[in-house]
Write a protein that binds this ligand. Structure first.
Ligand code: ZN
Length: 67
């Protein structure tokens, strides 16, 4: 990559030894780890659902990672 990109998505991923590591998403309501679905995250404890943002899909497409 050239230049610096300030993408919010970087909070969900980090790169270690040339591998993309997914960081678990935490529920903003109860603080537990959320279950991941194809298009959303869901907390099985309190029922909170958060849809994935388009920027994430765009970023995944850009770097071509498999999830
Ligand atoms: Zn929750």
């Amino acid at each position: 990559m050239s230049g610096k990109k300030d993408l919010k998505i970087l909070k969900l991923y980090k790169v270690e030894d040339n591998k993309v590591v997914r960081l678990k998403k935490v529920c903003p309501k109860c603080g537990r780890f959320m279950a991941e679905h194809e298009d959303r995250y869901h907390c099985g404890y309190c029922g909170y659902t958060e849809f994935k943002q388009n920027i994430e899909k765009k970023y995944i497409k850009e770097i071509g990672i498999q999830i």
